[in-house]
Design a binder for this molecule. Structure first.
Ligand code: NDP
Length: 434
């Protein structure tokens, strides 16, 4: 904590991992040697830079850009870019640290990184968004490359922004190799990449439920958020027969007791992805209830899928979910549950999957996009989806292998942390103190 003052999210993420690792390291003391843990916690490189650009009124605006290159031990740095006013060093360091473990779990050769800027895309014109992205790219391009660091999207950075940044990087470098994933299909993107995080979260939850002899069929599901991850989590849960009763954004929650339908989801996507509107606009168009003062966690459900942002589900929310009979919680977002909330779920015997396991489908499919780009090929939708599904099953199996407790129950938190750690730590030990 002394070395990282003012970085609560980073310390939270590190302490969750270290708590899981202690018993494992006590049994395998080679992992306590060569300063391994100290090296693993410290990012290899942190780049912070000025982004200055001109808005529609002709005024100069200055934002702060970042790229955290956490670990290259098992492959090029890989992780998304986030544009949100809350972005700061602590949040991006936590995300890059988590990403390193998550990427190790995907079975693909990718290191960990994360980046972004404290830019708020809400209410900006398309021209302003493009000029900001281009200004951001004029510094980012020095630090990325197909075998160095391959960014992607995250909160506030979707297909449109990836296109603008990738286009400027291409112009500056005169190279067309894969420096971004989440690209549009017309310039090297992969089918299923937009769907992958949401689908993958539901595939993972399906495996968790299977452990208890259950399926999504007929279950009530709450989803938070209404962006990329949330939309495709809704779609897949619905396809598996669940009744999805909530979505949300930072202004409130939609509660739809009748449940989502494909037509309602198409409406939500139109409002969020094309009109850049709010869930309250969707509620009005779809004729469903919107509550400005409510969070999804007050609504009784069997399965909760937090898909918005970090620390959006606290101890009291967890208690409410447990009281209302929740059986399974799978994180689509990164660290949406606080440490206290996770404890409540684990003590109550609720199946709980941390984001680094359950939302790894997005980056896994980014890895598949990199493979397709390297081969100069595009796989059909079915092939990418089948690979995604099989990767999610194998991450689930790794969590069970490393996280099964003496009483036979599974700590997915311990399983994911230990499995990810072993892969990164073995690679670091083999490559010496660098
Ligand atoms: P989007 O920008 O598409 O959507 C984010 C959603 O979360 C919006 O509905 C947004 O609402 C809501 N949200 C953001 N901040 C807050 C907040 N402070 N309080 C309440 N709601 C908030 O992002 P993604 O769907 O891509 O990302 C969502 C989460 O999933 C993030 O944690 C991200 O790191 C994680 N993730 C994403 C992956 C991907 O492939 N995209 C991969 C793995 C993890 P509003 O519009 O009001 O801000």
């Amino acid at each position: 904590a002394d070395r990282n003052p003012g970085q609560p999210e980073f310390l939270q993420a590190v302490s969750e991992v270290i708590d899981s690792l202690w018993p494992f390291i006590a049994e395998h003391p080679k992992y306590a040697e060569h300063g391994l843990l100290d090296r693993l916690i410290e990012p290899e490189r942190v780049v912070m830079f000025r982004v200055s650009w001109v808005n529609d009124r002709g005024e100069v605006e200055v934002n702060r850009g970042y790229r955290i290159q956490h670990s290259m031990a098992i492959g090029p740095y890989k992780g998304g870019l986030r544009f949100h006013p809350s972005v700061n060093l602590s949040i991006l360091k936590f995300l890059a640290f988590e990403q390193t473990f998550k990427n190790a779990l995907t079975t693909l050769p990718m290191g960990g990184g994360k980046g972004g800027a404290d830019f708020d895309p809400k209410g900006r014109s398309p021209g302003e968004v493009m000029r900001f992205c281009q200004a951001f790219a004029t510094e980012l391009f020095r630090h990325v490359g197909a075998d160095t660091d391959v960014p992607a999207g995250d909160i506030g950075v979707g297909g449109r922004e990836v296109g603008f940044i990738a286009g400027m990087v291409k112009k500056l470098t005169n190279r067309a190799d894969c420096v971004f994933t989440g690209k549009g299909l017309s310039f090297g993107g992969s089918l299923i990449r937009p769907e992958a995080t949401g689908y993958g979260t539901v595939y993972f939850a399906e495996e968790m439920l299977r452990q208890k002899g259950m399926s999504f069929e007929g279950l009530r599901v709450s989803v938070s958020g209404s962006g990329n991850v949330a939309q495709y989590a809704v779609e897949k849960a619905m396809a598996l027969g669940a009744r999805v009763v909530t979505v949300s954004d930072s202004s409130g929650t939609v509660v739809d007791e009748a449940g989502f339908t494909p037509a309602k989801l198409a409406e939500l996507m139109e409002v969020k992805n094309h009109l850049y509107g709010r869930v309250s606009d969707y509620a009005q168009r779809a004729g469903v209830a919107f509550h400005a003062d409510l969070r999804p966690w007050n609504v009784p459900v069997d399965v909760a899928l937090p898909c918005a942002t970090q620390n959006e589900l606290g101890q009291d929310d967890a208690r409410t979910l447990v009281k209302n009979g929740v059986k399974c919680v799978a994180e689509g977002a990164n660290m949406p549950s606080t440490l206290e909330a996770v404890k409540v779920f684990e003590e109550a015997g609720v199946l709980f999957a941390p984001g680094k396991a359950s939302n790894a489908g997005g980056v896994a499919t980014s890895g598949l996009e990199m493979s397709q780009n390297a081969m100069r090929l595009s796989w059909p939708r079915e092939e990418v989806d089948a690979r995604l599904h099989s990767i999610m099953r194998s991450i689930h199996a790794m969590c069970v292998r490393h996280g099964t407790r003496a009483d036979g129950s599974v700590s997915y938190v311990d399983g994911a942390n230990v499995a990810g750690f072993v892969k990164v730590a073995d690679a670091m030990l083999a490559q010496g103190v660098v």
